[in-house]
Design a protein around this ligand. Structure first.
Ligand code: AVJ
Length: 321
C-alpha cells in the first residue's frame, strides 16, 4: 500500500520518457554539448513557439501563411478527389486551414505532432470548423517511422510539412527523412513543404533573438523541462540565449551559453560547464531554391511547382512522388 505522501511526491515527477533521458545524458556528455530541438515542444514550449510566431521579427510563419492563402487554390486544382492530408509537426494547425478552405477534395486530415496538448486542442477546434472532415490525430515523433491507420492505405496523399521544420535537420538526416517519406507513399502522392531561404544575417539573427525575449524563453524552457522531467538542477538564468549565423552550413544556430563556471546535476549525474561554454540546442538551416530542390531530388522527389516570396524570402515547394 502506498502512503498518501508517496503518491504526492511522485505526482510532480512523472515517469521520465526514457528516450528524452538517454538523449539528454548523451548530449550533455558530448563535446561540444548538444540537445535535440524536438524536446522544445512540451506544453509550455509549444505555447512559447506560438508566441514567437507573433513577434515582429519572426517572419517565417506569417510569410508562409500569406503564401499558402494565395497558392492554395492552385494546389487544390492539382489534387485527386478524396485526398488525405498528412501534416508533420502540425502544432496549432493554422496553416492547414489555408489548404482546407481552398480544397473540399481533402476528406481526411492526419495531423502528427509530438505535443499531445497542442495536437488535441487543434483537432478540437478543427472539428468544430470542418464538420465533414475526418480528423485522425497522431501523437508521434515524425523522425521515427509513422504507423498509418490501415483503412487509409491506397488513398491519395498530400504530405504537408510547413514551417521550414526540415531546416532543423542536418543534410543526411533531412535526406533520410525525405527519402523515408517518399518510400512510404505511392506514385503520384505529393509533398507540399516550406523551406526558409538564405538572406542577410541581420534579418535572420533578429528572427531568432527577438527583442521581447520570447525566443530566449523558448530556448531556456528546455532547461526547465529537464529540471522537471529528469530531476535536473539547471539555473536557467545562468545560461544566456544566443543565436549565431553559421555561414559554412547556411544555418542559424541557437545556443545556451553558461555565464559562469558551474556544475549541473541531471538524474543524479554531474555535468561541468566552463564560463562561456555552450549547449547547442538548434540548427535552422536556410536554403536557396537550388539547394532545396537538389536535396529533394536526391531523395527521389520530382518538383512540380515552386513559389518564393518577396523579402524576407521564404520558399514553398510542391513535389510529386
Ligand atoms: C518550427 C523548427 C521551423 O527553426 O525557425 C523558432 C523553430 N526556433 N525560433 C525554426 C524556432 C527558434 C522553428 N521551426
Amino acid at each position: 500500500v502506498r502512503l498518501a505522501q508517496d503518491v504526492d511526491q511522485s505526482s510532480d515527477a512523472p515517469d521520465p520518457d526514457p528516450e528524452f533521458m538517454s538523449d539528454v545524458l548523451a548530449g550533455l556528455t558530448r563535446q561540444p554539448k548538444v540537445l535535440s530541438p524536438k524536446y522544445f515542444y512540451d506544453d509550455r514550449g509549444s505555447d512559447l513557439f506560438e508566441a514567437i510566431c507573433e513577434t515582429p521579427e519572426y517572419y517565417p510563419t506569417r510569410t508562409e501563411i500569406g503564401m499558402l492563402r494565395r497558392i492554395a487554390p492552385e494546389v487544390a486544382s492539382l489534387l485527386a478527389d478524396d485526398t488525405m492530408l498528412l501534416e508533420l509537426g502540425s502544432g496549432a494547425s493554422i496553416k492547414t486551414r489555408m489548404l482546407l478552405d481552398a480544397s473540399p477534395k481533402l476528406s481526411v486530415y492526419v495531423p502528427v505532432d509530438i505535443s499531445p496538448d497542442a495536437l488535441h486542442a487543434a483537432s478540437e477546434r478543427l472539428r468544430m470548423d470542418y464538420p465533414s472532415l475526418t480528423i485522425l490525430p497522431q501523437v508521434a515523433d515524425f523522425t521515427r517511422p509513422l504507423e498509418m491507420p490501415a483503412s487509409l492505405k491506397g488513398q491519395p496523399v498530400l504530405v504537408f510539412f510547413p514551417g521550414s521544420t526540415i531546416g532543423n535537420f542536418e543534410h543526411d538526416q533531412a535526406l533520410a527523412l525525405l527519402r523515408g517519406l517518399r518510400r512510404g507513399l505511392g506514385a503520384g502522392d505529393r509533398l507540399l513543404i516550406g523551406a526558409d531561404q538564405v538572406k542577410d544575417p541581420a534579418t535572420l539573427h533578429a528572427a531568432y533573438d527577438d527583442a521581447a525575449g520570447i525566443t530566449a524563453a523558448f530556448n531556456r524552457n528546455l532547461l526547465q523541462r529537464i529540471n522537471r522531467e529528469l530531476d535536473g538542477d539547471f539555473n536557467p538564468l545562468s545560461f544566456r540565449h544566443e543565436a549565431r549565423w553559421n555561414p559554412r552550413f547556411a544555418r542559424i544556430e541557437m545556443h545556451l551559453v553558461s555565464t559562469r563556471a558551474q556544475i549541473v546535476s541531471v538524474a543524479g549525474r554531474a555535468f561541468s560547464f566552463e564560463e562561456g561554454e555552450s549547449i547547442h540546442t538548434e540548427n535552422s538551416h536556410k536554403f536557396t531554391r537550388e539547394s532545396f530542390t537538389g536535396l529533394a531530388a536526391e531523395a527521389g522527389w520530382v518538383l512540380e511547382r515552386e513559389w518564393i516570396s518577396g523579402a524576407p524570402s521564404f520558399g514553398v515547394f510542391l513535389f510529386r512522388a
